[in-house]
Design a protein around this ligand. Structure first.
Ligand code: KG4
Ligand code: ZN
Length: 353
């Protein structure tokens, strides 16, 4: 069965410029990502204007590399897919205008893709390294990124129901903010994971926001608790990215305590949601899904619940073009098309309750 043929996809919603060429929403021919992380690290976070300029600077070289790696021609491509939201307006516009131009010049259909839908469909990409089973419907997906944290139920392709979302910070945002408080470089997520792995004491207990029976999440209380503890231990001295008066051991212990709080809540709510929804599989995606502890803990809990867990490899969890091509293929099949008036939608929603 064909699922959209060969799709060329463009992703530029945040701070990675990604272009990929993917067959049938599954098989990756090329997936090139130019990351701005090192550039934004100096500022301790993303500067939207700088991000948009960097997309402009890199998008053509990224396309050239994607073609070179794929070894196909425009004649083989059936459509151009592009992220049209949510994300930073200026960054989205660079990718959208680029994709429109390609679609127009090569007379290909243009497929708009929701960035979050891309994170979900990363679960359908085939891994070169190991055989990944296709997710089974109905499924429950936990999408955790720098800007979003939500639980989604899918009973079929392209059908999304929102089960829960964050009421304040996204999970990745909490990692980044607490990383900064701990004096770790930006982005905090991978740094906290690395620091926590070196902790020798595991007795720091931060709060967990269960919010009753709700499938919503809250991380601001945890962030405040971490801020208070760090302030008390540093005598209120300010900590900035890359600098802290805390000893390395202590940073590791606090990072461990924070990560445990986040992972505990994410795993417990996802498994409970899967049970309530009668899910046949669980999907994990988004940048925070690159976290080894979250992956392992959710895998163990899903196995206990008798549910297969599908998690893309870390490189496909963080922003990339292949995930947009995967979702684009399904949308192509469903007849979704955009005109050349396609615009950026910085707060494009994915699903309703
Ligand atoms: O999905 P993504 O690449 O971009 C957005 O759409 O936001 O996610 C980026 C987020 C950042 O907050 C980053 O700190 C977090 O994912 N992240 C991690 C890890 N790797 C990336 N968080 C925890 N552990 C990691 N290993
Ligand atoms: Zn993302």
């Amino acid at each position: 069965m064909t699922r959209g043929g060969l799709i060329l996809a463009v992703e530029s919603s945040c701070d990675e410029t990604g272009i990929a060429i993917v067959e049938d929403g599954r098989r990756i021919h090329s997936n090139v990502v130019a990351s701005q992380v090192a550039m934004h690290a100096a500022a301790g976070g993303i500067v939207p204007e700088v991000a948009a300029r960097a997309h402009l600077r890199w998008i053509v070289p990224v396309l050239d590399e994607a073609w070179a790696a794929a070894g196909v021609t425009w004649a083989d491509v059936s459509a151009v897919a592009v992220t049209n939201g949510p994300g930073l307006a200026g960054s989205l516009l660079v990718g959208i205008n680029f994709a429109k131009t390609l679609a127009y010049v090569h007379a290909k259909p243009l497929i708009p893709v929701n960035h979050l839908e891309g994170h979900l469909y990363a679960a359908w990409l085939v891994d070169e390294a190991r055989e990944v089973p296709e997710p089974l419907f109905p499924l429950v997906a936990l999408i955790v990124s720098g800007g979003h944290t939500f639980l989604i139920e899918m009973r079929d392709h392209l059908q999304y129901r929102l089960l829960g979302e964050t009421v304040d910070d996204a999970a990745g945002e909490a990692f980044d903010k607490v990383g900064r408080l701990l004096g770790l470089p930006y982005p905090g997520g991978p740094e906290i994971m690395r620091a926590a792995a070196g902790a020798t004491r595991h007795d720091v207990a931060f709060p967990r926001a269960w919010l009753g029976d709700s499938f919503d999440f809250s991380f601001s209380g945890l962030k405040t608790a971490a801020r208070r503890t760090i302030a008390a231990e540093t005598g209120g001295q300010g900590t900035s990215a890359g600098e802290t008066p805390l000893a390395d051991d202590r940073v590791a212990e606090l990072a461990y305590g924070f990560q445990e709080s986040v992972v505990d809540v994410l795993v417990a709510k996802t498994i409970r949601a899967a049970r309530v929804a009668g899910a046949r599989s669980v999907v994990l995606g988004g940048g925070v899904a690159a976290n080894r502890v979250l992956r392992d803990r959710l895998a163990a809990a899903a196995q206990n619940a008798g549910l297969p867990l599908v998690v893309p490899r870390p490189g496909l969890c963080t922003d990339n073009g292949a995930m947009i091509a995967a979702a684009g293929a399904r949308r192509m099949e469903a007849g979704v098309r955009a005109g050349l008036d396609l615009d950026a939608k910085p707060s494009l929603p994915l699903a309703r309750r």
